[in-house]
Design a protein around this ligand. Structure first.
Ligand SMILES: [Zn+2]
Ligand SMILES: [Zn+2]
Length: 325
C-alpha cells in the first residue's frame, strides 16, 4: 500500500522485491501496526520522508533471505522491525549511547519503505527477535506503541502517581506496565469518551476522566501521547512541584502560551524521541513477564486506508493492526 503524495489515500501497487544486500534481511510481512505517526506522515504533518513511500514501522514477519554478513537471523526466523531503521554509528549522539538522536538516521516507513506490504527489507542490526507469548497481530503494537511508550515511561522515574493523556495504543500498553510497577495511573481521554475511560479502568487505572478535568490528586509525572499542544499546560497544572510532563509523540499541535507559574517549582517539560535498540531489548524482555496484553483491532492490508481513518477518528480501542496474507 503506497503513499504517493501526502493527503491522498494509499494505493495498492505491485512493486519489485530485490534481494537483500550486505547486512539486510528480506522479510515476509505477517502483520503491521498502524501508528499515529503514520497518520502524521500520510497527512503531510511530517515532511522529511521519502515519496512514494510504504508506511509501517511495527512490522512482524519472517525472514525469507539474509544478505551477506548477517549472523543474527536465518530464513524462517520471526522478527520485528521498529521505527529506528538504521543509525550512522559515529555522530556525537551515537557515540554517547543516544542512537535515538542520531544526526543521520533511517526510519522505517518514513525514510525507507516499511511494513504496509507483503515483503520488506530491513537492516538486520536494527531488527528484534520477538517473545513467543505473542502471536503476530498481538506482537505488532509492541514495536512502537510499546517500546517508545516504554522509553517515555522511563522518564517518569519513580513517579508514584502517573497521568497518561490520550488513551490509545501506547497508553493501553504502558498503563499496564505502570500498574504492575506499583504506580497509580490516571487516564485522560477525549471529553465524553466513556468507552475509552471504561477500557482504561479495566486495565487497572485508578481513575479515568476527560482531559479537561483535574485528576483527584496531583500527579508526580504525566505522559502525553495525544498530539494536542493544549494538553501541555493542562498536564502542568495537574502536576506537583518537581514533576515531569513527558511528550511522547513525534508531532504535536502548537502549545499555547501559559503562565510561568505553572512551570515554576522545578517542573520539567520534555520530549521523547525515537528509541534505542537497548530500549527495545529491555521492553521486549519485560512485556511477557508483566504480562502486558495487547488489545488489537485488525484490518486486511488492502484496507489500510480504513484503518488510518478509524485511527484518525479515534475509533480504535487499543491498537490498529494490518494483517498481510
Ligand atoms: Zn549517528
Ligand atoms: Zn510509531
Amino acid at each position: 500500500m503506497v503513499l504517493e503524495a501526502a493527503g491522498r489515500p494509499l494505493l495498492a501497487r505491485q512493486l519489485a522485491v530485490r534481494d537483500p544486500t550486505a547486512g539486510e534481511v528480506l522479510i515476509e510481512v505477517a502483520a503491521c501496526g498502524v501508528c499515529r505517526t503514520d497518520l502524521h506522515v500520510a497527512d503531510g504533518e511530517l515532511k522529511q520522508g521519502k515519496l512514494p513511500l510504504v508506511l509501517g514501522h511495527e512490522v512482524v514477519g519472517r525472514v525469507v533471505a539474509a544478505g551477506p554478513g548477517v549472523e543474527r537471523f536465518r530464513a524462517g526466523d520471526r522478527v520485528g522491525v521498529p521505527w529506528l531503521g538504521a543509525t550512522c554509528g559515529h555522530c556525537s549522539h551515537c557515540l554517547a549511547g543516544r542512537e535515538n538522536l542520531c544526526d543521520s538516521p533511517q526510519f522505517t516507513g518514513y525514510t525507507r519503505d516499511g511494513g504496509y506490504a507483503g515483503y520488506m527489507l530491513a537492516d538486520a542490526g536494527y531488527v528484534f527477535a520477538l517473545p513467543d507469548a505473542y502471536d503476530d497481530a498481538h506482537a505488532a503494537p509492541l514495536l512502537c506503541a510499546g517500546l517508545i511508550g516504554y522509553r517515555a515511561l522511563r522518564f517518569a522515574d519513580d513517579a508514584r502517581s502517573l497521568g497518561v493523556y490520550g488513551f490509545g495504543a501506547a497508553a493501553h500498553l504502558i498503563a499496564q506496565l505502570a500498574v504492575w510497577q506499583g504506580r497509580r495511573v490516571f487516564a485522560f481521554t477525549r471529553p465524553g469518551d466513556d468507552e475509552g475511560q471504561a477500557f482504561a479502568r479495566s486495565l487497572g487505572c485508578a481513575w479515568a476522566g476527560d482531559s479537561s478535568e483535574a485528576p483527584p490528586e496531583l500527579l508526580d509525572a504525566a505522559v502525553l501521547f495525544a498530539p494536542v499542544g493544549s494538553l501541555v499546560p493542562a498536564a502542568l497544572r495537574a502536576t506537583r512541584k518537581a514533576g515531569t510532563v513527558i511528550c511522547g509523540g513525534i508531532h504535536m499541535s502548537e502549545i499555547p502560551a501559559f503562565p510561568y507559574q505553572i512551570l515554576w517549582g522545578e517542573r520539567v517539560v520534555r520530549s521523547v524521541a525515537n528509541l534505542t535498540r537497548d530500549d527495545g531489548e529491555q521492553f521486549l524482555a519485560l512485556a511477557p513477564r508483566v504480562p502486558i496484553r495487547t488489545h488489537v483491532q485488525t484490518w486486511p492490508l488492502g484496507q489500510a486506508n480504513d484503518a488510518l481513518d478509524a485511527l484518525r477518528a479515534g475509533r480504535v480501542q487499543g491498537a490498529a493492526v494490518l494483517l498481510c496474507p
